[in-house]
Design a protein around this ligand. Sequence first.
Ligand code: NDP
Ligand code: 2IT
Length: 447
Amino acid sequence: MEYLNEVLETLKAKNGNEAEFLQAAYEVLTSLKPVIEKHPEYRNIALLERITEPERLIMFRVPWVDDNGKVQVNRGFRVQFNGAIGPYKGGLRFHPSVNQSIMKFLAFEQCFKNALTGLPIGGGKGGSDFNPKGKSDMEIMRFCQSFMSELYKHIGQDVDVPAGDIGVGGREIGYLFGQYRKLRNAYEAGVLTGKGLEYGGSLARTEATGYGLIYFMREMLKANGKDLEGKTVIISGSGNVAIYACEKAQQYGAKVVAMSDSNGCIYDANGINLDIVKQIKEVERGRIKEYANRVSGSVYTEDVNCRNIWKIKADIALPCATQNEINLEDAKSLVANGVFAVGEGANMPTNIEAIEYFLEKGVLLAPAKAANAGGVATSALEMSQNSMRYSWTFDEVDRKLDDIMTNIFKACEKAANEYGLGKNYVAGANIAAFDKISKAMIAQGII
Ligand code: NDP
Ligand code: 2IT
């Protein structure tokens, strides 16, 4: 496999200081090995070199004034990775850890995820190292306005369509949209997704990533003679994805016993009371620790490394917080405790050694690119509704989301079968996505 190794070596040499990006690229490229072996012609058109190089990367200064009148400066990014199958599409992350490597890994993964949705969206991602924690509402607004004062030059409803991710939800999208509208002096509703329902948002977009994860899990379990009913579930994170994964899992009769945030995790043997989590997280923007003060019998453990949750006994684990939150040690403790299925709500939550361990042990692993694609798929449905100047009901959107997730599972299963990869849905997802993007790139020539 000379070509693949050469590409991996060059990637390392060019991006040596970008650990997360290299990890994401390595995972995809190595799983494409059987496909690349079948297509020696890819080398002549430098297909792998092109698919791992962003079409464009924009980095910019974001100055803003805090409540004390002090000037703060953050760094903004937008990575427009691959536009072969549609306008760049992907979220914005506001978190102090954001850097070029994290932006590139997320944008790279997004291309494959978006291809799997079957909808016409290319891949991109953006964000800032801005830390929203502890900021006042007015500080958040001023930051979003400054961020958009540069970003607006590079996006558009047919160009690049950002949305939310960690630290960016409905409130931030509102401020970003307001500033975009003011600068453009036009109502281009489709320029951002995850908007409020009053101004062009789609019903079920808030729920979509978490619900979609459970629809995918349902299909994966069904294909393996299992279901969610009565299963014990642990979910890391307590943000947008975690909350709605919990809601749908509970609707299917599963018992969610643990959730977390970056300070620690809660365990409730009686099953998490999601209304209380929503009140703490969505309304009060508080810490998950509060849950233990409000629900008797539940326990909170402080945990700065966010790994204690993986020591809790369960049938199904849903990492819904951040990248690399499950390492080999965590994977071993999950398997030892009886976990038979893992659904990745977060992007790249499982590191490469842990993925290999799960596959080796026969754990059913629903890979992020496929399993969390419901969010961006529903964003694409929001774009469709904006173009039509129309809105579908909650049930209409939810049914489309369910169909999309079911089709994504089938595509992963089919690709895995085609290449004799058994239950390796990780490789199945990468291969199915690559098939679409590569065909579009080849058809469009060397660009
Ligand atoms: P939110 O900001 O709503 O919630 C993030 C949650 O994860 C919070 O509980 C947060 O805790 C925790 N978390 C974040 N970073 C870390 C960290 N470094 N260590 C430990 N815990 C952390 O984000 P989302 O729910 O939207 O996103 C969660 C994951 O899902 C991300 O990986 C995102 O890329 C992915 N995703 C999101 C989609 C969406 O539509 N929103 C779609 C597809 C994937 P704390 O509050 O303490 O920071
Ligand atoms: O990682 C993701 O897919 C998202 N954060 C959602 C992107 C989107 O455009 O809805």
